[in-house]
Design a binder for this molecule. Structure first.
Ligand code: NAG
Length: 138
């Protein structure tokens, strides 16, 4: 389990470092899709059959829909999301009002690491920020 946690930290660091490197524009890659798509995938990534991406944030509070909750509710006005909000929240409730209820009280990294290891996943990526702008757990 310690190995998995260390691996997670290493992968997370590498992703951050890669992003910083690309964003600075100082490496072999430029911040364009054409340039980024030209980079080779690391062998360990190609060899991995299972990886886990964690999407856990303010959008998790209503426990309905997906990490795109805000977009489906306010932009595309998806009927099932709009209906869900009408049924379960006061009129004019705002997305920002979900934020104080994201307390991450079920955050249990040791248990998660055991579960991820048992699943056979070779890497775990924690999504740190979504389109709605809230920084998630880190
Ligand atoms: C909700 O907002 C609308 C538009 O601003 C307003 O007319 C209405 O009174 C508000 N409803 C409540 C319950 O606050």
């Amino acid at each position: 389990m310690k190995t998995l946690s260390l691996r997670f930290v290493v992968v997370f660091y590498l992703v951050c470092a890669l992003y910083t490197h690309i964003a600075s524009g100082s490496g072999p890659y430029k911040p364009t899709w054409e340039s980024l798509d030209a980079r080779p995938l690391p062998q360990w990534y190609d060899d991995s059959k299972i990886g886990i991406f964690i999407h856990w944030g303010v959008f998790s509070v209503p426990s309905f829909g997906s990490e795109w909750f805000w977009y489906y509710w306010k932009t595309s006005k998806s009927p099932n999301i709009v209906k869900f909000m009408e049924r379960n929240y006061k009129p004019n409730f705002t997305y920002a009002e979900f934020a104080p209820h994201f307390t991450a009280e079920l955050y249990d990294p040791k248990h998660w690491a055991q579960l991820f290891k048992k699943s056979g996943a070779k890497y775990v990526v924690l999504t740190s920020k979504h389109h709605e702008g809230y920084i998630n757990i880190s």
